[in-house]
Design a protein around this ligand. Structure first.
Ligand code: ATP
Ligand code: MG
Length: 364
């Protein structure tokens, strides 16, 4: 049995006619860092709050460290939680807010001091140590909330969008701090975010949800390379995967507007007898360079650049192809101007195919 075990966990809120979470099954190993991702309203916070004990479990079972937890009070579950809507004690300073939980747990004063100093330093709160929450920015308050959680030696950390109020730079540095912290403390962590970059960079495994249902669970690159359906393919990765309605014609696929690509050996057999498909390809698998043009030149396409995003380290090129606005990611040395006609190839063995009805991935 895993350290945290959810078996067919369901949640139906009172006075609603639909589950917020349905048949959630997950086994989390000790020390694992798990991220729950998915769009707003998909049930991430609800699931986390059921694990914490702040929300009643309507159906199914929850085990932590081998003990059934359904009826156990939050404070007896041995967890630390950072809430999405954290509330700090308004009349207490930053330092007191962070140390309060430890005082309650009767931790010796010198140990409290050490832990609080460490948390304040890690979170970059030295300057604000004696300030009250009302005199802090949203991001600073969020760090205090994080500080309260990390000073406790819990075996299970639950974090609900703990970085959502931070500016971009601080987010990146805190992302690193939380990862480091996780390696140091070794606490099993469940981290909720709607930001797939956070999930990709921090988690050992990602659980991706939609409408209260797990779509896929796996290591970040597993989800990136082998999404089980179009939803996962579109959610993981930025810019989003390009999707085209295509027709299978013998050993080739054809696009609206006339483009055609020959498929590698054996692929067409796996796609047939379907005639219509959805093809997905990531921006980085659309190539403009000489080497790839030579390799796949038999199937080269052309388009007119409609927009460019110069990112500094790389560029995104936008153009219309197969009736779809396509985005290609190219190196910073491959610059194009709006209005340029460009030639490109789509790397055939990097294509993903989905059933147009079920939107499930077709195994190749
Ligand atoms: N107390 C409640 N009563 C009724 N419905 C609720 C309640 N809390 C949440 N819901 C509903 O349950 C669903 C899941 O909500 P939840 O807060 O878990 O989503 P989430 O994935 O955390 O979204 P977000 O990214 O916006 O925080 C939503 O449809 C929401 O409206
Ligand atoms: Mg939420």
């Amino acid at each position: 049995m895993g350290f945290v075990e959810l078996k067919n966990v369901c949640k139906r809120y009172d006075k609603t006619n639909k589950n917020a979470v349905t048949d959630f099954n997950l086994s989390i190993k000790e020390k694992e860092f798990i991220a729950f991702v998915g769009p707003s309203g998909c049930g991430k916070s609800t699931t986390l709050r059921m694990i914490a004990g702040f929300e009643e479990i309507t159906g199914g079972e929850l085990y932590i460290d081998g003990k059934k937890m359904n009826e156990i009070k939050p404070m007896d579950r041995g967890i630390s939680m950072v809430f999405q809507n954290y509330a700090l004690y308004p009349h207490m300073s930053v330092e007191k807010n962070i140390s309060y939980g430890l005082k309650n747990m009767k931790v010796p004063a010198d140990e409290i001091r050490k832990k609080v100093d460490w948390a304040i330093q890690v979170l970059g709160l030295e300057e604000y140590r004696n300030r009250k929450p009302k005199n802090l920015s949203g991001g600073q308050r969020q760090r205090v909330a994080l500080g309260r959680a990390i000073v406790k030696d819990s075996k299970l950390f639950l974090m609900d969008e703990p970085l959502s109020n931070l500016d971009a730079k601080l987010r990146v540095s805190m992302r690193n701090e939380i990862s480091k912290l996780h390696r140091t403390l070794g606490s099993t962590t469940i981290y909720v975010t709607h930001d797939q970059v956070e999930a990709m960079t921090m988690a050992d495994r990602i659980v991706i949800m939609k409408d209260g249902v797990i779509q896929q669970t796996g290591a970040p690159m597993e989800l990136y390379e082998h999404p089980v359906n179009k939803f996962v393919a579109g959610f993981i990765g930025s810019p989003q995967m390009n999707f085209y309605p295509v027709k299978l014609e013998g050993r080739a696929i054809s696009f609206a507007g006339g483009g055609k690509v020959n498929l590698p050996e054996g692929i067409a057999e796996k796609l047939s007898p379907r005639k219509e498909l959805i093809m997905g390809i990531r921006g980085e698998d659309i190539k403009f360079d000489g080497q790839n043009m030579e390799l796949y030149g038999a199937d080269k396409q052309s388009a007119t650049i409609e927009n460019t995003e110069i990112m500094g380290n790389e560029n995104n090129l936008y153009f219309s192809f197969g009736g779809i606005t396509t985005v290609a990611r190219v190196s910073k040395y491959e610059v194009s101007e709006i209005g340029d006609t460009v030639e490109f190839v789509m790397v055939p063995h990097k294509m993903h195919f989905f059933d147009p009805e079920t939107e499930e991935t077709i195994a190749l």
